[in-house]
Design a protein around this ligand. Structure first.
Ligand code: MN
Length: 378
């Protein structure tokens, strides 16, 4: 029996991780659940999965959690909940949003844990520190992002030296065919309807701007030790091929399924084994055909901005992520338009003086600094 600790249990990935646990009760038991603020769902989950520890990181909600939990669980204090959760079980799922995933991920790896990482910001902002922690050799990092899980699965077909490049697939998002003019009038409710994937609000907007693919590009560089020129992005509207690896003999290996996060989550949890899922078997004749296209960099400038930040290195990916975070939030609150997201990110990157020497502790400070500066000027 593997014990599981879940950081961010009430979000989309957190809930689906618990679906996997429910499907394989003989394999997993839940030891710890943390969330940001959704006390109601957290308590419902606790009732069903009976963890020893639960916690929220929001200080106001902490009081609420204490009141309603009836002393059935050990309640973690808000400022230490995620750090505690990062070593509380055999397998740690990091599925919280934003840069809050960074320190728990590193702590888990340093303490020899197996980590299923669903949080992109962790590698985008602190990739080199995560890789340093991995190199200490105690813990393991398994990707939960569907593209990176597909690459990881495809990498089992050859060895590291035989990899030529990685091809990340993108659905293109809900506005794949919109003209630049049409993109000006996109509203949050339009952007929140993704054709293939059902996800949280932030990542759904990132998918619509293609920033999500840019963040995944940076994620892939760290996870698989790739140079930017070894990663190609291809729009594949059907979202059946989740990504591919090309080897030195030009053979391409990919992973396919109907769009689902269950397979990536479960594969990370059961690796190196596989287990049954309730996902439908792929019916190729029903799918009919696969399309592949170049991404439209001109209509979706966020993608190019992310690739540039990846090339620059240093603190640029941290600034990119912070500015994007800020802009997406402003868009969701209807303070800015859809195309302003890229403008804000570009403006912030342009006025940043890059620094190559920074510490792990600097990352949250840079994040806050960028957001405060944008608050004043936007
Ligand atoms: Mn993804």
């Amino acid at each position: 029996m593997k014990t599981v600790s879940l950081i961010g249990s009430t979000g989309s990935i957190g809930r689906q991780t618990l679906d996997v646990v429910k499907m394989h009760k003989d394999k997993f038991s839940v030891k710890c659940l943390t969330a940001r603020s959704n006390v109601e769902l957290l308590l419902k989950q606790a009732e069903e999965f009976l963890p020893e520890y639960i916690g929220v990181t929001d200080t106001d909600k902490y009081k609420e959690l204490k009141t309603f939990s009836n002393n059935k669980y050990k309640i973690l204090a808000p400022d230490e909940a995620n750090m505690f959760a990062s070593t509380a079980a055999d397998f740690i799922v990091v599925s919280c949003t934003g840069i809050n995933g960074l320190l728990p991920t590193i702590n888990a790896l340093k303490n020899g844990k197996n980590v299923g990482l669903a949080n992109k910001e962790t590698l985008v902002t602190g990739g080199k520190f995560v890789i340093d922690a991995l190199r200490e050799g105690k813990g393991n990092l398994f990707p939960i992002d569907s593209e990176h899980s597909a690459v990881w699965q495809s990498l089992r077909a050859g060895n590291e030296k035989e990899v030529k490049k990685v091809i990340l697939t993108a659905s293109g998002g809900p506005f794949v065919d919109y003209t630049k003019e049409e993109l000006k009038s996109v509203t949050p409710s339009m952007a929140l309807k993704h054709p293939n994937w059902n996800m949280g609000g932030k990542i759904t907007i990132d998918s619509a701007t293609l920033m999500n693919k840019g963040l995944e590009f940076i994620e892939a560089m760290y996870l698989f030790d790739l140079k930017p020129e070894q990663i190609e992005i291809v729009v594949h509207r059907q979202s059946i091929i989740h990504s591919m690896v090309e080897y030195i003999d030009n053979a391409v290996v990919c992973e396919m399924s109907y769009p689902t996060m269950i397979i990536p989550i479960q594969y990370a949890m059961t690796y190196p084994e596989r287990s049954e899922t309730e996902i439908k078997s792929l019916d190729f004749c029903a799918v009919g055909k696969f399309d592949f296209e170049k991404p439209r960099y001109d209509a979706f400038p966020c993608l190019r901005l992310a690739l540039n930040a990846a090339q620059y290195g240093g603190i640029m990916p941290i600034v990119l992520n912070a500015a994007n975070d800020f802009a997406v939030y402003e868009f969701l609150r209807e303070k800015i338009g859809f195309i302003d997201i890229a403008k804000i990110v570009e403006c912030e990157l342009n006025r940043t003086v890059n620094v190559n020497n920074y510490s792990l502790e600097d990352i949250p400070l840079i994040d806050r600094e960028v957001k405060e500066r944008l608050e004043g000027t936007c």
